[in-house]
Write a protein that binds this ligand. Structure first.
Ligand code: FES
Ligand code: FE2
Length: 449
């Protein structure tokens, strides 16, 4: 009889977290604030609506980083206030009720708020209440440029005098940055703040955390998901299988005191190596036309893709947190149009090329890739368990700098739309086939049936 214990052989250890991963505990500790920012960063500028979504007298309700926000345009002025009545918490935008151009009235019991200051300035049926003038809702600074409305999403106690200019939350501009970030392969990228800038695009809701979406935007290995996209083949582009770092500083940090905080990736220089074949798998990229581009990202999560999808056009993207598992995906092309004719041509190219093949076709691949990652990260464990490699220097660099420079971490939304995943309202909407979204669902008039 053999009483020796059987020998167990193990050759490869699979499904364990390897110490060879890029993001060991020490690295992770440098971006803990980012890991805590499931609901986003606050005290930053975010795109809220396209101008055309808010005509004169319109009211819309949206939600950013768990904060409900109402936008109104009245007598040519734009206003943004907290979209949660101080009385019993309903969203004012659900049934807009305005008796003049300077205030909005809660449709439920008539609390009336001044749009500029947010102060409760009367109550429809209780004009002598001692609460009047003693409370109100937070207001948010607003800017409108190139056909887009931006809102500074602040915490209730963030001082208005400390609100930075919008340019501090937008990408670096050219030609000012030509020396610092030379780009010999393409013309200066236009900026959304430039004179004559026209922004055309789309925003839609994605079902993943905003950080997953944001990291996808500048992930240099993710371009594999685009290998079958129609635009790549229609244009006969050489789109690498991936791009790997090949230099000790493949990324430059943007940390000027008086400007945006972010990072620039030196793509299509000797600092990154495009991978065009993988002999082990018999893969080889072929194509006739080079498509040089460069990605950079700044807080609070604004991507710039220079020279994309064509010369003289730039693509901006924002990944605006709505809740911890929803974000509003903004895809915007910008071009400088000096004349009406140029504007018309840009619109035509947008409608017939960029929209169907880039914003829909190409970027749809990003949308499903982000959603495919969501389950792994949704309970927080993905951030600990992921095993990153050399190409992931991009998200790791971003996470560290976002941890250092964000102006505040959003608190989990309280008493707001989609904060309680199992609320009966959410479940009813889902049963009605309505996906959780960004805009308020307006209450229909009971007489409209
Ligand atoms: S909930 Fe707004 S007035 Fe009552
Ligand atoms: Fe992509």
């Amino acid at each position: 009889m053999n009483d020796q214990a059987p020998v167990r052989r193990r050759t490869v250890r699979v499904n364990e977290i390897s110490t060879a991963r890029m993001n060991d505990e020490k690295t992770q500790s440098q971006y803990q604030p980012y890991k805590d920012a499931a609901w986003g960063f606050v005290n930053h500028w975010y795109p809220a609506l396209f101008s055309e979504e808010l005509p004169e007298q319109a009211v819309e309700g949206i939600q950013i980083a768990g904060i409900p926000i109402l936008l109104r345009r009245a007598a040519g002025k734009l206003y943004a206030i907290k979209d949660q009545c101080v009385h019993r918490g309903v969203r004012l935008s659900a049934k807009p009720t305005c008796f003049n151009d300077t205030s909005i009235t809660c449709w439920y019991h008539g609390f009336n708020f001044d749009l500029a200051s947010g102060v409760l300035n009367t109550i429809v049926a209780n004009p002598d209440s001692k609460l009047i003038g003693k409370t109100g809702v937070t207001t948010y600074p607003v800017e409108e440029i190139a056909g887009m409305i931006f809102v500074f999403v602040r915490e209730d106690d963030f001082p208005l005098e400390d609100v930075p200019p919008l340019a501090h939350d937008l990408p670096v501009r050219f030609p000012e940055n030509n020396e610092r970030f030379p780009h010999p392969l393409w013309p200066d990228a236009p900026g959304i703040l430039d004179e004559g800038a026209v922004a055309l695009g789309l925003h839609r809701t994605g079902q993943s955390n905003w950080r997953i979406a944001c990291e996808n935007g500048f992930d240099n290995a993710h371009i594999l998901v685009h290998k079958d996209n129609a635009i790549v083949h229609a244009m006969d582009w050489v789109l690498p299988l991936g791009i790997v770092p090949d230099h000790e500083e493949p990324i430059s940090l943007i940390e000027d005191e008086d400007g945006p905080k972010g990072m620039m990736q030196w793509l299509f220089t000797d600092r990154w190596k495009p991978i065009l074949e993988n002999p082990d798998l018999g893969l080889k990229i072929e194509g006739a036309n080079s498509r040089f581009y460069r990605t950079s990202v700044v807080l609070p999560g604004c991507l710039m893709v220079e020279n994309w999808p064509e010369d003289h056009v730039v693509q901006y993207e924002w990944y605006v947190p709505i809740t911890d598992d929803l974000y509003e995906y903004w895809e915007v092309m910008v071009r400088i149009c000096k004349t009406d004719d140029e504007r018309k041509k840009f619109q035509y190219r947008f409608d017939n090329l960029y929209m169907p093949l880039c914003i829909r076709g190409f970027n749809d691949s990003d949308l499903y890739a982000r959603e495919a990652m969501e389950e792994f990260y949704t309970d927080g464990t993905g951030w600990d368990d992921e095993q990153l490699v050399e190409t992931d220097v991009s998200p790791v660099t971003w996470r560290k700098l976002a941890s250092r420079w964000n102006r505040g971490i959003a608190k989990p939304g309280k008493g707001v739309t989609n904060a309680t995943k199992t609320s009966s309202i959410r479940l009813r909407r889902l049963a009605q086939g309505k996906a959780p979204g960004y805009k308020v669902e307006k209450i229909e008039n009971v007489n409209d049936y």
